[in-house]
Write a protein that binds this ligand. Structure first.
Ligand SMILES: NC(=O)c1ccc[n+]([C@@H]2O[C@H](COP(=O)([O-])OP(=O)(O)OC[C@H]3O[C@@H](n4cnc5c(N)ncnc54)[C@H](O)[C@@H]3O)[C@@H](O)[C@H]2O)c1
Length: 343
C-alpha cells in the first residue's frame, strides 16, 4: 500500500480507449505518476508509455502487477480479463481500479469479494463512473433532500449511436453495458433489487446475430417496493445519451438530458448530443480517478467490490428473465461489514 504523502506510482493494464483516458487523467492528479503500462499489443503499450512518460512497458499485465515500482494498478483490459488481474493485485496487496464489469460472472466477482474480505482492506474500486457524474450526483442529492418525496419509479435510459462492440449474446449486452444502469439504480435508490419482473428486447441493428438484442427494456422491483424501468439501446442512431428520471410521490426529477448551448437557426432549434461515453463522461472519468487516488491513500475504495458483485447478480438474473420469459426473484444478501462504511 502506498504510504501517505509519498508519490503514487500507478501501472496501467490495457492501453486502449479507457486505459489511455485514465492514464491521462491520472497525470493531472497531484502526487501521481504513471510509471508502467502493459498491453497484449506491445505497440499500444509503448505508445501509451511514451504519451504519459512511463519507463516500464510489459506485454504481460501480471508482470506489471508484480513490479515493485508499481504501487497501484488500473485494469482497463477486456472484460474477461478483469477478475483475474484484480485477484493478482489482491494477492500482491496492491490497490486496484478495475473498469466495469468487475468480472463476467457473479461467481468470479464473489471470489474477489471473499479474497478482499479475508485481507480486511477495501483495495478494489470499480469503474462505475456515473457515481461521479455531476448531473447524476445532483439527482442523487435531490432524492435524498426529499424534493419529490419517496421515489416510486426510477426510469433510466442509456443510448449509444451504435454498438461499440459486436455483442455475441444477450448476457454480454447485460454484463458489458446494462451493468452501468443496474449499478446506477442501486446507487440512486440505495436499494437492492428484489425481483427482475421482466426483460424484453429486440434487434435494431440487423448486422448483429439473430437473437442478440441491442435494445432491451428491464423492469425491476426494488427492496422498498419502488419500480425501475431501464432502457438500454445500443443502436439509437443519433449519439450517446445517459439520463434518468425519478418519480416520487410529489413530483419528478430528470437529469442527464443533452445540455449546453441551445442553437436556434433556419427554423430549427438544437442542442449538441455527445458522440460517445468519452465525451459524455469526460468530467466523471477525471473525478473518479482523482477520487480513487484519495481512496487509495485512505484505504476506502468506492464504488467497491461488493457493488461490482451485486450488479453482476442482477445482470445474471436479467439474462435469465430474458431467456425464460419469466420473472426472477432475488434475496438481497447483506454486504460483509467491510463494505458497510460509506467512503
Ligand atoms: N466505464 C466506462 O464508461 C467504459 C467505457 C468503455 C469501456 N469500458 C471498459 O473498459 C475496458 C476496456 O475498454 P476499451 O474501450 O478501452 O477497449 P479497447 O479495446 O480500446 O482497449 C483494450 C486494450 O486491452 C488490450 N488487451 C487485450 N487483452 C489484454 C490482456 N489479456 N492483458 C492486457 N491488455 C490486453 C488490448 O490490446 C487493448 O489495447 C473494458 O472492460 C470495457 O468494458 C468502460
Amino acid at each position: 500500500m502506498a504510504e501517505l504523502g509519498r508519490e503514487l506510482r500507478v501501472g496501467v493494464v490495457g492501453a486502449g480507449g479507457m486505459g489511455t483516458r485514465h492514464a491521462r487523467n491520472l497525470l493531472r492528479v497531484p502526487g501521481v505518476r504513471v510509471g508502467a503500462v502493459a498491453d497484449a499489443d506491445p505497440g499500444r503499450a509503448e505508445a501509451l508509455a511514451k504519451d504519459c512518460g512511463a519507463s516500464r512497458v510489459y506485454a504481460d499485465g501480471y508482470e506489471l502487477v508484480l513490479d515493485p515500482e508499481v504501487d497501484a494498478v488500473v485494469v482497463a483490459s477486456p472484460d474477461p480479463t478483469h477478475a483475474s488481474y484484480v485477484l493478482a493485485c489482491l494477492e500482491a496487496r496492491k490497490p486496484v481500479f478495475c473498469e466495469k464489469p468487475l468480472a463476467t460472472h457473479a461467481a468470479e466477482a464473489r471470489a474477489v469479494v471473499e479474497q478482499e474480505v479475508s485481507l480486511g482492506r477495501r483495495l478494489v474500486q470499480v469503474g462505475f463512473q456515473r457515481r461521479y457524474d455531476p448531473d447524476l450526483q445532483a439527482l442523487w442529492r435531490l432524492i435524498r433532500n426529499g424534493v419529490v418525496g419517496k421515489p416510486v419509479l426510477y426510469r433510466t435510459w442509456h443510448r449509444n449511436a451504435r454498438a461499440a462492440y459486436g455483442p455475441r449474446s444477450n448476457a454480454e449486452v447485460l454484463v458489458n453495458s446494462a451493468i452501468h444502469d443496474l449499478d446506477e439504480v442501486r446507487w440512486l435508490s440505495g436499494q437492492e433489487v428484489r425481483a427482475v419482473r421482466s426483460v424484453v428486447g429486440c434487434r435494431v441493428d440487423r448486422s448483429l446475430a439473430e437473437g442478440v438484442f441491442d435494445l432491451q427494456l428491464i423492469q425491476l422491483e426494488l427492496g422498498d417496493g419502488a419500480l425501475a424501468l431501464v432502457e438500454l439501446n445500443l443502436s439509437a442512431g443519433y449519439g450517446y445519451e445517459v439520463g434518468a428520471e425519478v418519480c416520487g410521490e410529489r413530483g419528478s426529477i430528470t437529469a442527464g438530458l443533452p445540455a449546453g448551448a441551445f442553437v436556434r437557426v433556419e427554423g430549427d432549434a438544437r442542442v449538441h448530443v455527445p458522440a460517445d461515453w468519452l465525451e459524455r463522461f469526460d468530467a466523471a472519468y477525471a473525478a473518479e480517478v482523482a477520487a480513487w487516488v484519495e481512496h487509495v491513500r485512505a484505504g476506502q475504495a468506492w464504488p467497491h467490490a461488493w457493488d461490482g458483485y451485486a450488479s453482476l447478480v442482477v445482470a445474471e438474473a436479467c439474462a435469465e428473465a430474458l431467456a425464460t420469459g419469466r420473472p426472477v426473484s432475488l434475496t438481497p444478501e447483506p454486504p460483509p461489514p467491510l463494505y458497510v462504511t460509506p467512503a
